[in-house]
Design a protein around this ligand. Structure first.
Ligand SMILES: [Zn+2]
Length: 165
Protein backbone atom coordinates (compact mmCIF):
# COMPACT_ATOMS: atom_id res chain seq x y z
CA UNK A 1 0.00 0.00 0.00
CA UNK A 2 2.76 2.36 0.98
CA UNK A 3 4.61 1.50 -2.22
CA UNK A 4 1.49 2.16 -4.29
CA UNK A 5 1.02 5.62 -2.75
CA UNK A 6 4.62 6.53 -3.44
CA UNK A 7 4.25 5.41 -7.06
CA UNK A 8 1.16 7.54 -7.54
CA UNK A 9 2.97 10.56 -6.05
CA UNK A 10 5.91 9.95 -8.35
CA UNK A 11 3.72 9.75 -11.45
CA UNK A 12 1.94 12.97 -10.45
CA UNK A 13 5.27 14.75 -9.94
CA UNK A 14 6.60 13.60 -13.32
CA UNK A 15 3.47 14.80 -15.07
CA UNK A 16 3.82 18.24 -13.51
CA UNK A 17 7.43 18.40 -14.61
CA UNK A 18 6.61 17.23 -18.13
CA UNK A 19 3.91 19.88 -18.58
CA UNK A 20 5.17 22.70 -20.80
CA UNK A 21 6.06 25.74 -18.75
CA UNK A 22 4.03 28.88 -19.31
CA UNK A 23 6.57 31.64 -18.78
CA UNK A 24 5.81 35.09 -20.15
CA UNK A 25 8.41 36.14 -22.71
CA UNK A 26 9.41 32.53 -23.40
CA UNK A 27 8.29 30.41 -26.33
CA UNK A 28 9.10 26.94 -27.65
CA UNK A 29 9.91 25.80 -31.18
CA UNK A 30 10.05 22.17 -32.27
CA UNK A 31 11.79 21.77 -35.61
CA UNK A 32 11.62 18.44 -37.40
CA UNK A 33 13.14 17.49 -40.74
CA UNK A 34 11.66 14.20 -41.96
CA UNK A 35 12.27 13.25 -45.57
CA UNK A 36 11.26 16.23 -47.70
CA UNK A 37 9.11 17.74 -44.95
CA UNK A 38 10.20 20.47 -42.58
CA UNK A 39 7.82 21.07 -39.66
CA UNK A 40 8.02 23.84 -37.11
CA UNK A 41 5.71 23.86 -34.11
CA UNK A 42 5.52 27.10 -32.15
CA UNK A 43 4.06 27.23 -28.66
CA UNK A 44 3.95 30.53 -26.78
CA UNK A 45 2.04 32.29 -24.04
CA UNK A 46 -0.38 34.73 -25.67
CA UNK A 47 1.19 37.43 -23.55
CA UNK A 48 4.30 37.32 -25.76
CA UNK A 49 2.16 38.00 -28.85
CA UNK A 50 -0.61 40.28 -27.58
CA UNK A 51 0.27 41.54 -24.13
CA UNK A 52 -3.00 40.09 -22.77
CA UNK A 53 -4.37 36.59 -22.26
CA UNK A 54 -8.17 36.78 -22.47
CA UNK A 55 -10.85 37.45 -25.04
CA UNK A 56 -10.34 40.86 -26.68
CA UNK A 57 -12.63 43.56 -25.23
CA UNK A 58 -12.01 46.84 -27.01
CA UNK A 59 -11.95 47.36 -30.80
CA UNK A 60 -8.21 47.95 -30.48
CA UNK A 61 -7.72 44.56 -28.80
CA UNK A 62 -9.85 42.83 -31.45
CA UNK A 63 -7.69 44.47 -34.08
CA UNK A 64 -4.56 43.30 -32.23
CA UNK A 65 -5.79 39.68 -32.37
CA UNK A 66 -6.42 40.02 -36.12
CA UNK A 67 -3.01 41.61 -36.71
CA UNK A 68 -1.35 38.78 -34.76
CA UNK A 69 -3.17 36.19 -36.87
CA UNK A 70 -2.04 37.87 -40.09
CA UNK A 71 1.61 37.99 -38.93
CA UNK A 72 1.60 34.35 -37.79
CA UNK A 73 0.05 33.19 -41.06
CA UNK A 74 3.18 34.20 -43.06
CA UNK A 75 5.73 31.39 -42.71
CA UNK A 76 7.96 32.78 -45.49
CA UNK A 77 8.30 36.00 -43.53
CA UNK A 78 8.64 34.49 -40.05
CA UNK A 79 11.19 31.80 -40.89
CA UNK A 80 14.12 32.26 -43.26
CA UNK A 81 15.44 29.08 -44.84
CA UNK A 82 18.27 28.38 -47.29
CA UNK A 83 16.93 29.22 -50.75
CA UNK A 84 18.76 26.25 -52.33
CA UNK A 85 16.63 23.86 -50.22
CA UNK A 86 13.67 24.87 -52.38
CA UNK A 87 11.09 24.75 -49.58
CA UNK A 88 7.47 25.58 -50.27
CA UNK A 89 5.30 26.52 -47.30
CA UNK A 90 1.87 25.03 -46.70
CA UNK A 91 -0.96 26.92 -45.01
CA UNK A 92 -0.15 27.11 -41.28
CA UNK A 93 -2.55 25.94 -38.57
CA UNK A 94 -3.07 28.38 -35.70
CA UNK A 95 -4.83 27.40 -32.48
CA UNK A 96 -5.63 29.46 -29.42
CA UNK A 97 -8.61 29.93 -27.09
CA UNK A 98 -8.51 33.63 -27.99
CA UNK A 99 -9.77 32.84 -31.51
CA UNK A 100 -12.94 31.18 -30.24
CA UNK A 101 -14.13 34.16 -28.22
CA UNK A 102 -14.51 31.84 -25.21
CA UNK A 103 -11.22 32.72 -23.55
CA UNK A 104 -11.42 32.84 -19.77
CA UNK A 105 -9.20 34.64 -17.30
CA UNK A 106 -6.42 32.07 -16.88
CA UNK A 107 -3.09 31.91 -18.66
CA UNK A 108 -3.53 31.19 -22.36
CA UNK A 109 -1.22 29.87 -25.05
CA UNK A 110 -1.10 29.87 -28.80
CA UNK A 111 0.04 26.89 -30.89
CA UNK A 112 1.07 27.24 -34.50
CA UNK A 113 2.02 24.45 -36.90
CA UNK A 114 4.08 25.28 -39.97
CA UNK A 115 5.05 22.85 -42.69
CA UNK A 116 7.18 23.04 -45.82
CA UNK A 117 7.88 20.60 -48.62
CA UNK A 118 11.53 20.92 -49.63
CA UNK A 119 13.07 19.86 -52.95
CA UNK A 120 16.58 19.51 -51.42
CA UNK A 121 16.17 18.97 -47.67
CA UNK A 122 19.91 18.22 -47.34
CA UNK A 123 20.53 21.94 -47.99
CA UNK A 124 18.59 22.80 -44.83
CA UNK A 125 21.25 23.51 -42.24
CA UNK A 126 19.68 26.37 -40.26
CA UNK A 127 16.75 28.71 -39.92
CA UNK A 128 16.44 32.31 -38.77
CA UNK A 129 13.24 33.68 -37.29
CA UNK A 130 11.67 37.12 -37.34
CA UNK A 131 9.41 36.28 -34.38
CA UNK A 132 11.35 38.60 -32.06
CA UNK A 133 11.12 41.47 -34.54
CA UNK A 134 7.37 40.96 -35.05
CA UNK A 135 6.58 40.34 -31.37
CA UNK A 136 8.92 42.41 -29.18
CA UNK A 137 7.49 40.96 -25.93
CA UNK A 138 9.02 37.63 -26.90
CA UNK A 139 12.48 37.44 -25.31
CA UNK A 140 13.59 33.83 -25.52
CA UNK A 141 12.69 30.77 -27.55
CA UNK A 142 13.67 27.24 -26.54
CA UNK A 143 14.41 25.08 -29.56
CA UNK A 144 14.22 21.30 -29.93
CA UNK A 145 15.41 19.95 -33.26
CA UNK A 146 15.22 16.46 -34.76
CA UNK A 147 16.48 15.53 -38.21
CA UNK A 148 18.37 12.89 -40.16
CA UNK A 149 21.62 13.83 -38.37
CA UNK A 150 20.14 13.46 -34.88
CA UNK A 151 18.71 15.73 -32.22
CA UNK A 152 19.82 19.10 -30.97
CA UNK A 153 18.46 21.69 -28.58
CA UNK A 154 19.26 25.30 -27.89
CA UNK A 155 17.67 28.67 -27.50
CA UNK A 156 17.18 31.84 -29.49
CA UNK A 157 17.16 35.46 -28.39
CA UNK A 158 16.55 38.78 -30.20
CA UNK A 159 20.36 39.04 -30.53
CA UNK A 160 20.68 35.45 -31.82
CA UNK A 161 17.58 34.56 -33.85
CA UNK A 162 19.35 31.86 -35.89
CA UNK A 163 19.42 28.15 -35.11
CA UNK A 164 21.82 25.88 -37.02
CA UNK A 165 21.97 22.08 -37.05
ZN1 LIG B 1 0.24 33.81 -18.98
Amino acid sequence: MRFLLLSVAFVAATQVMAAPAHVHGEARLEIVVDGNTLSIHLETPLDGLLGFERAPRSPAEKQAVQAMKVKLAQPERLFQLAAEAGCKAETPQLESPVFGGKAGDGHLDLDADYRWQCAKPAALRAMSTRLFAEFPKMKRIKVEFAGPGGQKSGHLTPQQPRFAW
